[in-house]
Design a protein around this ligand. Structure first.
Ligand SMILES: *Cc1c(COP(=O)(O)O)cnc(C)c1O
Length: 344
């Protein structure tokens, strides 16, 4: 019962077989491999974006930090949710890679920035001339850190506000496939058609060994991103092994099948928890990540049964809280045993 994160799961056989195929013979290094050329074509086709540029890295932190560095000046403000991964979980990498840009944290229920809160943050940042940081870019996350999703219209409303100030927009899509499944939107609708300029396109949480793509819908930044990736130590020499994973991921809809499995198990768990008397969901659960709270004693029963997940800080009234994430190879049996332990 591994619900700590979707990255506690392994990689599916299609990906491992692709790595074995890529291991045959010789291939150009540093992204010059034939597989990478095919990956770029796959991404352009899937996103209906013939000019998009694609750069692979091995971690989501690198994807986010490099993307933000390409979007903002060192004296810029990166507008993001208070609990954004870039703010809480990247050890200052965005600040480091941007040479010191400031993250401006915006509150919002259930992991989502509201148009009013963004408008307010924009009005109060960059208004003191040379003395304050300047407005830099907007960074959104979908699936959000609270397990909710933004619809294309919600993304477009926020990017529209940012663009009215001339700001480019980044999307942290560590769980982008899960957001597509949850919204039913197309990749284009959830990104460039909704005003996203750069996407951190996750693969690892949804079944790769370790690959994320930085997708630039504005190819003008491509050379800069290329230089920043090398300078930051994130350009792989045996790049074919990254390309091969991403090619297999995008081949024949594997990525969407994996995300659909993860979301289905996440929704089974969320509905099960919502149906218990002594437990409740902390945030509405729309994809594969579930935040819940329950009466004291739940942790002890779950952990005795072998469940692995994040127990978070208890609520002021003593109720226990937790985060669970389902992955592509979570089974109904895992979910049902978790619910049985929580219930008993
Ligand atoms: C997991 C995750 C990332 C990437 O994290 P790495 O551990 O650096 O690969 C980025 N954003 C979000 C929202 C995530 O959940």
């Amino acid at each position: 019962m591994f619900f700590a994160s979707d990255n506690t799961s392994g990689a599916p056989p299609e990906v491992m077989q692709a790595l074995l195929r890529a291991n045959e013979g010789f291939a150009r290094s540093y992204g010059g491999d034939d597989i990478m050329a095919r990956v770029t074509t796959q991404v352009r086709t899937l996103f209906d974006a013939p000019d998009a540029q694609v750069h692979l890295v091995a971690t989501g932190t690198a994807a986010n930090a490099l993307a933000l560095a390409a979007l903002t000046d060192p004296w810029g403000a990166v507008f993001c949710h208070r609990h954004a991964h870039i703010a809480e979980d990247e050890c200052g990498a965005p600040e480091f890679y941007t040479n010191g840009a400031k993250l401006v944290l915006i509150d919002g229920a259930h992991g989502r920035i509201t148009p009013a809160a963004l408008t307010e943050a924009l009005a109060t940042t960059g208004a003191s001339g040379v003395h304050g940081v300047q407005r830099g870019c907007l960074s959104l996350t979908n699936v959000t850190e609270a397990g909710t999703v933004y619809t294309p219209a919600e993304i477009a409303a926020l990017t529209g506000i940012a663009k009215s100030h001339g700001l480019p927009c980044h999307l942290d899509g560590a769980r982008f496939a899960n957001a597509l499944v949850a919204t039913g939107a197309t990749p284009a609708e959830l990104t460039w058609r909704a005003g996203i300029d750069v996407l951190s396109f996750g693969g690892t949480k949804n079944g790769l060994l370790g690959v994320e793509a930085v997708v630039l819908f504005d190819p003008a930044k491509s050379w800069e991103l290329e230089l920043r990736r090398k300078r930051g130590g994130h350009l792989f020499s045996k790049h074919r092994y990254l390309s091969a994973q991403m090619e297999a991921y995008l081949q024949d809809g594997l990525w969407m099948r994996l995300a659909a499995l993860a979301n289905a198990m996440g929704q089974r768990l969320a509905q099960g928890i919502a149906g218990l008397n002594h437990a409740a969901l902390t945030h509405p659960s729309q994809a594969n990540m579930i935040f819940a709270n329950w009466e004291p004693g739940g942790h002890a029963r779950l952990q005795a049964a072998g469940a692995v997940y994040y127990d978070l800080r208890p609520l002021p009234d003593g109720r226990e809280t937790a985060r669970m994430v389902a992955s592509w190879n979570t089974t109904e049996d895992h979910v049902d045993r978790f619910l049985a332990a929580l219930k008993s």
